[in-house]
Design a binder for this molecule. Structure first.
Ligand code: GLP
Length: 243
């Protein structure tokens, strides 16, 4: 953990998304060429809606920024609504007047290993890595057991991760493989933001922030970063009191 520990912001549920979007807009104003890694999932969806509104109101621009996708399924057809690239386009990129350069993960390439290496190179020198939190503590698709020096790579997903996605996408069966930006790149970003909402994440957020750093809870590895900010709503922060 850094000397001062992470900055933990606990926000009322109704203000959470606007607060995260406002801070992201502020970063974009400071640095229009921001190179940012973004996640998908239910957690960031309202942040992207608020950020798109801010852009359309002229409060920020992503036109000179670069967005690097955090993770992607392997085995879903291009255009599948459960694909991470499709979600990010729908929820943010296509809602913008001036979209950023977008770096999806080339999971459809004939040479997957080369596409993964290319994505790893794209994730070098991030100004900001924004990540969500999996129910088993995963970050992106860095599942329990991931190394803090892990590269961007193809991973086999854990049953809990597949089950969570299956529930989210209408009980269809989801693939067991993914590609994720690795901790080596995330921890080398200038800044890392962990987004967490909802009571169901309260226990895993407590583990991530209060238990000794360990690979069984990959999110705990983020505490090595000297500029980690946790944006939690009150429900997700419910088990942090007293810590
Ligand atoms: C998925 C994604 C992660 C995401 C996590 C949490 O497994 N690969 O990048 O952060 O789930 O998703 P949600 O925000 O829907 O809880």
């Amino acid at each position: 953990m850094s000397a001062n520990g992470p900055r933990v912001l606990i926000l009322p549920e109704d203000d959470w998304a606007a607060a995260v979007a406002a801070e992201l807009a502020a970063r974009l104003v400071e640095r229009p060429s921001l190179r940012v890694c973004l996640p998908t999932g239910g957690t960031p969806t309202p942040v992207y809606a608020a950020l798109a509104n801010a852009e359309r109101a002229g409060r920020c621009s992503l036109g000179a920024a670069t967005v690097v996708l955090l993770d992607e399924w392997v085995g879903l057809a291009p255009g599948d609504p459960a694909r991470c690239d499709v979600r990010l386009r729908d929820e943010l990129l296509e809602r913008l007047e001036a979209p950023p350069a977008f770096v999806p993960i080339g999971v459809d390439a004939a040479d997957l290993a080369a596409a993964v290496a290319e994505h790893d190179a794209a994730a070098v020198c991030l100004d900001l890595a924004v990540v969500g939190l999996g129910m088993n503590g995963h970050i992106g698709f860095n599942e329990p057991g991931s190394s803090p020096s892990g590269a961007t790579r193809v991973v086999t997903l854990q049953p809990m991760t597949i089950a969570a996605a299956t529930a989210q996408y209408g009980a269809r069966s989801m693939p067991s493989g993914g590609v994720t930006v690795g901790f080596a790149r995330l921890l080398a970003a200038q800044e890392v933001w962990l987004l967490v909402t909802g009571e169901r994440k309260a226990a895993v957020l407590r583990r991530a922030l209060t238990e000794p750093e360990n690979a069984a809870c990959p999110a705990s590895l983020l505490r090595r970063h000297p500029r980690l900010t946790v944006f939690a709503d009150e429900a997700a922060a419910g088990e942090l009191r007293g810590n």
